[in-house]
Design a protein around this ligand. Structure first.
Ligand SMILES: Cc1cc2nc3c(=O)[nH]c(=O)nc-3n(C[C@H](O)[C@H](O)[C@H](O)COP(=O)(O)OP(=O)(O)OC[C@H]3O[C@@H](n4cnc5c(N)ncnc54)[C@H](O)[C@@H]3O)c2cc1C
Length: 395
């Protein structure tokens, strides 16, 4: 590779690796700088929605992903008190439960093998200078220069902050906790992701192998702090007291100890600036409760590469030219963002959450439409306002 690559990507996780592959296939030279090494764990619910799987298939990465041993799920089951609402993805589509330490390593390998891409692991980006002709990046192992920088450095992105694209947080902070369990032989089969809305937290159970599941808990700051340093013991003790969770947890063994990540909500003023683009969680995150973060990152990676490639060919890397990416990303994610915002607000009021689960159980076709919005297949206005009202306030 030339000593000055076209693009420098900060962060070699899922979003960074896939963006690099897209750009290299469009003929650009890419340097990816990742502070960690692979395989590494990542706090995540590990349920990839069908449109995320389709993005990887379209890149020819389907086999690489299947080799990591994922399991399919066909929808979501919500439990609240005695009520269970079951929704399947429209058109018989399926998502994948996958372990991030395996899939991220597979994507990193595919990225490192892609002609035109160089990856530097175990290298931390420390500073960033945005010049009028180039971008200069100081790392723990030296200084690099490129025509443009992409921030793919996750939820608490350094590039986002440094490029002045971060926006002050708003609303109550929520946190995510994740552990893996090896299931007992008596555990029920899991054709869907199971979501339990409890009084002060939500629990997401995603199958990641036939005998293994991911437990992700979403909660407020106070509870995340209360679980505190004794997370393993306190979290598992709390969950095993919930009767609804017992069939899954009884006899299960903890495979990976729980880890906390957050605050989840990260806002941005924009996802591009002069010589800068943000992809993945660095481009902003609302909440993990709709489980679409990986898929949105994969779609965003493709959109960013399309816009940037044209801009590079035209020799115009101004904020004005790159703003097309903001518009395309917003257009793609508008319905989902709105749905996620509505759900995050609704779930604060447990009486409302209980009512919604009851109404979803009564109207499975509306549930399936909601899942269609979640997987980017339908706009939010596919649900007539009357039906939306019935789902939320209907008795
Ligand atoms: C609790 C929880 C549950 C979730 N559940 C789901 C789910 O079920 N389904 C789903 O699709 N999504 C889910 N998500 C969201 C999903 O995990 C993210 O959207 C996705 O991982 C984003 O990928 P990314 O590549 O942007 O970030 P990351 O995977 O975090 O990658 C960022 C990379 O940047 C590197 N980096 C950071 N700073 C630097 C630096 N200064 N120098 C060099 N490298 C750096 C990091 O080491 C890391 O490898 C969940 C998230 C949480 C927190």
């Amino acid at each position: 590779m030339a000593s000055t690559p076209d693009i420098l990507i900060v962060g070699g996780g899922l979003a960074g690796s896939v963006t690099a592959i897209h750009l290299a296939r469009r003929g650009h030279s890419v340097l990816v700088i990742e502070r960690g090494t692979f395989p590494r764990e990542k706090v995540c619910g590990e349920g990839m929605m069908p449109h995320g799987v389709a993005e990887l298939e379209a890149l020819g990465l389907g086999d690489a992903i299947r080799e990591t041993g994922p399991v399919s799920f066909r929808g979501i089951a919500y439990h609240s008190g005695e009520t269970t609402a079951i929704g399947d993805f429209p058109g018989g589509r399926t998502g994948l439960g996958l372990r991030r330490h395996r899939i991220d390593a597979a994507l990193h390998q595919a990225c490192a093998d892609e002609p035109g891409v160089e990856v530097k692991l175990d290298t931390r980006v420390l500073d960033l200078h945005l010049g009028s002709e180039a971008v200069q990046i100081k790392t723990s192992r030296g200084v690099h220069q490129a025509r443009v920088v992409i921030g793919a450095d996750g939820l608490h992105s350094f590039v986002r902050r440094k490029a002045g694209l971060a926006k002050a947080p708003k609303g109550p902070a929520r946190y995510g906790i994740r552990a893996h369990l090896h299931l007992s032989n008596d555990a029920p089969a899991m054709p869907r992701v199971e979501v339990f809305v409890l009084d002060d937290l939500e629990v997401y159970l995603t199958p990641t192998a036939t005998d293994e599941l991911n437990v992700a808990v979403l909660c407020g700051r106070a509870l995340a702090q209360e679980f505190g340093e004794d997370l393993d013991v306190r979290l598992m003790a709390r969950l095993s007291h919930e009767p609804a969770l017992r069939p899954f947890l009884d006899g299960a063994e903890v495979l990976t100890p729980p880890a906390v990540w957050g605050p989840l909500r990260q806002r941005t003023r924009a996802v591009s600036a002069d010589r800068v683009l943000l992809v993945g969680d660095a481009a902003g995150f609302i909440d993990a409760l709709t489980g679409e973060g990986m898929s949105l990152s994969l779609v965003g990676a493709r959109l960013a590469a399309e816009v940037l490639s044209t801009a590079l060919h035209e020799g115009d890397l101004s904020a004005r030219r790159l703003r097309t990416y903001d518009r395309q990303r917003a257009r793609h994610g508008r319905s989902l963002s709105l749905l996620t915002e509505l759900l995050v607000r609704g779930i604060r009021h447990r009486w409302l959450a209980r009512r919604i689960v009851r109404n979803l159980a009564r109207h499975p076709e509306a549930f399936s439409t909601l899942l269609g919005i979640n997987i980017g297949e339908r706009p939010i206005w596919a649900i007539p306002p009357r039906d939306l009202l019935q789902l939320t306030v209907g008795r």
